[in-house]
Design a protein around this ligand. Structure first.
Ligand SMILES: [Mg+2]
Length: 246
């Protein structure tokens, strides 16, 4: 397989496990409510996670393009949870802070990420992060996981003023690297945001399917599907050895 000159990388679900962190964060807030009112923390956690996506959708534009941070988004989540339980304390702001603190402690890079970064550097493959979210939040995740200095370019939607799947955010990253779209791959866990967005920008869209999700018939078709970065590196290796074989 012809190796790319640059890899563009998604952050959440690709380099770091955000679901595990979200669950830890919501559990931290739920524990405070449970303690204050003698309720079951696990039940509050499950109930709150069940409407998390719905609350997120209401604030998604501000979250992706600027103006909404953890205080607003998580505060809205906890106001909803308190309302469900007919409570008015602890204050939603306090719960939002507890959630974010617990998330920061829980963020971790997947095991195959360090190897990818090392091998990319060794082969002269340039790396850019292309991520959707608020500047402060995404940069805090990079710091918390030791990835802050891993990239040649970092493109965050709230800073760039454009979010995935818009092709323009991928072009911003390519411009920063000085690499043509045809010489870059973008790797991400979302077929809609990562694969389709990258392909609209002329970049090969690689679907990182860590959990073995089924590919729906009407979903975007990836240029390549991998289960891990180790698999990606092995594919590049086999391509190189094939090319150098007599
Ligand atoms: Mg993602």
């Amino acid at each position: 397989m012809d190796e790319p000159d640059a890899l563009l990388l998604d952050l959440d679900g690709t380099l770091i496990d955000w679901v595990e962190a979200l669950e830890a964060g919501v559990a931290a807030g739920a524990a405070r409510i449970a303690e204050a009112h003698g309720l079951d923390a696990a039940e509050i956690t499950a109930a709150t996670l069940a409407f998390e996506a719905e609350v997120y959708e209401l604030h998604a534009t501000g979250w992706l393009l600027g103006g909404v941070g953890t205080g607003e988004l998580y505060g809205a989540l906890w106001r909803r949870a308190l309302e469900v339980y007919g409570l008015d304390e602890p204050a939603a702001g306090e719960l939002a802070e507890a959630q974010w603190a617990a998330e920061l402690a829980a963020f971790r890079a997947y095991d195959d990420v360090a190897g990818l970064i090392e091998r990319a550097a060794g082969r002269g493959i340039r790396l850019a992060l292309v991520t959707n979210g608020p500047s402060v939040v995404q940069r805090a995740k990079l710091e918390a996981t030791g990835l802050a200095d891993a990239f040649d370019a970092v493109v965050i939607s709230a800073e760039a003023g454009v979010a995935k799947p818009e092709p323009r955010i991928f072009r911003t990253a390519l411009d920063a690297l000085g690499v043509a779209p045809g010489r870059a791959w973008h790797v991400g866990d979302s077929l809609e945001y990562d694969v389709a967005g990258a392909q609209a920008a002329g970049v090969r869209g690689v679907w990182l399917n860590r959990h073995g999700w089924e590919h729906g018939r009407h979903q975007p078709e990836p240029g390549l599907e991998i289960r891990s970065f180790d698999e990606l590196l092995a594919l590049c290796d086999s391509g190189n050895s094939a090319e150098t074989a007599p």
